[in-house]
Design a binder for this molecule. Structure first.
Ligand SMILES: Cc1ncc(COP(=O)(O)O)c(C=O)c1O
Length: 394
């Protein structure tokens, strides 16, 4: 049975972590895998999460199955978190999923069932798992222009030109905020322009929001998705609690469908439940129970929001310091785009060879596509990293 299987290719980001662990150099810096880190290099459990966890341990009476849709209170909390007090809420349905990845796959499967042969447009580049997940769900994948290697920002004109060719049976995936891997986000005008194209040409927007609160703030990061939801008939949303609640391993996320009306939203949910049933049946409970506990308790919500602000501010501080350091070292503003980028990631514009040099000569581990995780930098490492980047740039 297995003799025809090829030798597996290693995942570039995960194998980077293995190399990092095996590196004995004292000054090594891990800017690879996408997890938030504090100044001590740790990914601590958030205080609000710890408190919610203890509360749950006290209160929980059973570990019996939660049901196909997971916890409905969690689902409602997630819809509220992403869409706010939107007038469209009565035509939105949601299910709890194993992480944002589970939401991506369930929505991919849903599109394939609802409309076989769907083409989904991804930004070029996009989150490394978007293409495999959508292809595994049976969709065709196309790319729209996104990142300008010259300005290191979004090339909005080129993006809109490409998206103008997306047809009424196509789906366009947009990152809600903090674009992975580039760090370059579309501004509100671009959200409006994509929405106008969706209205005109009839494609369905799909928003993947995995870093809400990491960019400009919880509400600010959702302004684009909220505007879009209020101005199109149908939309898909995947949301992840891995980063903004620090619940990575608890696999917590939600898949949402906004349909033309309440009946169609319920039908879509019914199909999602059937798809979940034949995949993993029921989502894991713990992470969602924590999020629900936090978001239904004013005091815990306040603590969580404050912690999230501190994380976001730390990332912004690092961006500013790294930019300042690079400006001084290089006597140029070449890397100023780092400060304009949002969230954890920045594509610094290095080739694979330059990234390998960073790793081999300086023990600085970033992804070979040029992505660095800003949150992986401790403040005291900034001069060292800036100096290494400057040396390799020259
Ligand atoms: C854009 C994007 N979507 C989805 C995910 C998946 O998140 P999760 O860990 O919740 O499955 C990630 C994780 O890195 C991501 O960057």
């Amino acid at each position: 049975m297995f003799s025809q299987l090829p030798t597996p290719q290693t995942d570039s980001i995960l194998s980077l972590s293995t190399l990092y662990r095996a590196d004995n150099r004292q000054d090594k810096v891990d800017l690879g895998i996408g997890v938030y880190r504090n100044n001590q290099g740790q990914t601590p459990i958030m205080q609000a999460v710890k408190t919610a966890q203890m509360q749950l341990a006290e209160e929980q009476q059973t570990k019996v199955y939660v049901g196909l849709a997971g916890c409905e209170e969690f689902n409602q909390c997630m819809v509220d978190l992403v869409l706010g007090e939107s007038p469209v809420l009565d035509r939105v349905s949601a299910i709890q999923t194993p992480g944002g990845s589970g939401a991506l796959r369930m929505l991919g499967d849903l599109m394939n069932v609802a409309q076989p042969g769907t083409t989904i447009w991804l930004s070029n580049p996009s989150y490394v798992n978007h293409k495999p997940v959508m292809e595994a769900a049976g969709l065709n994948v196309k790319y729209y222009s996104y990142f300008s290697p010259t300005t290191k920002q979004v090339d909005v004109d080129k993006m809109l030109r490409d998206l103008a060719t997306a047809g009424s049976k196509d789906v366009v995936l947009v990152h809600g905020c903090c674009h992975n891997p580039t760090g370059a986000d579309i501004d509100f005008n671009a959200w409006q322009a994509i929405t106008a194209l969706a209205q005109k040409n009839g494609f369905t927007p799909f928003v993947d929001i995995a870093y809400q609160g990491f960019g400009d703030g919880l509400i600010e990061d959702a302004l684009g998705v909220r505007y879009m939801a209020e101005n199109v008939e149908e939309m898909l949303i995947s949301a992840s609690c891995s980063k903004n609640f620090g619940l990575y391993r608890e696999r917590t996320g939600a898949a949402m469908v906004m349909a033309k009306n309440n009946t169609e939203a319920n039908n879509a949910k019914g199909k999602l439940l059937q798809l979940a049933r034949s995949t993993y049946t029921m989502p894991p409970d713990h992470g969602a129970a924590i999020v629900r506990t936090i978001l239904t308790n004013d005091q815990l919500t306040k603590i969580w929001k404050q912690e999230l602000i501190e994380m976001q501010q730390r990332m912004q501080r690092i961006r500013t310091s790294l930019c300042t350091e690079l400006r001084t070292t290089l006597k140029s503003n070449h890397f100023d785009f780092i400060q304009a980028h949002k969230g954890m990631f920045t594509l610094i514009g290095f080739s694979a060879e330059q990234m390998i040099r960073l790793r081999e000569e300086y023990a600085i581990y970033g992804v070979e596509d040029g992505r660095i995780n800003i949150a992986g930098l401790a403040e005291q490492q900034i001069p060292y990293v800036a100096n290494a980047i400057a040396n390799i740039t020259e």
